[in-house]
Write a new protein. Structure first.
Length: 144
């Protein structure tokens, strides 16, 4: 029996397949889930209803299960971070138990972000029910 708060079998399997340097996309409900990642990437659909399950909740569980080395996020139309991204930055700031290293955050223009998410290094796409625009995170999985 698993003792972790993360019990979703497909999500656990996808994270287990993601090795050092692999990318995991936490996509909001507005993201093109079918065409926005390589065909080789696994897909986990958690977008049950609008707002359920939010990106921050998935990030917290993923960060508890594996080391997040860096995050690229889709910058908003003004080039900044959405409220969701800002709350996720605060959430990961509290996860310094991985050797005390802070996570690197990089904003990426929307179309360039789509291009990054279609690269072969993306091993998993997690579709969330997050409805706040510009709430997409591309996590780089690392080793603590």
């Amino acid at each position: 029996m698993l003792r972790s708060p993360l019990i979703h079998p497909d999500l656990l399997s996808g994270l287990a397949r993601a090795g050092h340097g692999s990318k995991v996309l936490l996509a909001d409900a507005l993201y093109p889930h079918d065409t926005g990642a390589p065909d080789s990437a696994g897909r986990v659909y958690l977008n049950l209803t609008p707002g359920t399950v939010p990106v921050s909740q998935v990030l917290e569980l993923v960060a508890g299960a594996c080391h997040v080395e860096a995050v690229e996020y889709m910058a908003d139309a003004a080039g900044g971070a959405s409220a969701t991204v800002e709350s996720c930055q605060a959430l990961l700031a509290d996860h310094r138990h991985w050797g005390g290293q802070a996570v690197t955050w990089t904003g990426v223009e929307r179309m360039a972000f789509y291009d990054l998410c279609r690269e072969p290094s993306v091993s998993l796409l997690v579709a969330t029910g997050e409805v706040t625009p510009y709430s997409n995170l591309l996590l780089t999985i690392g080793v603590p």
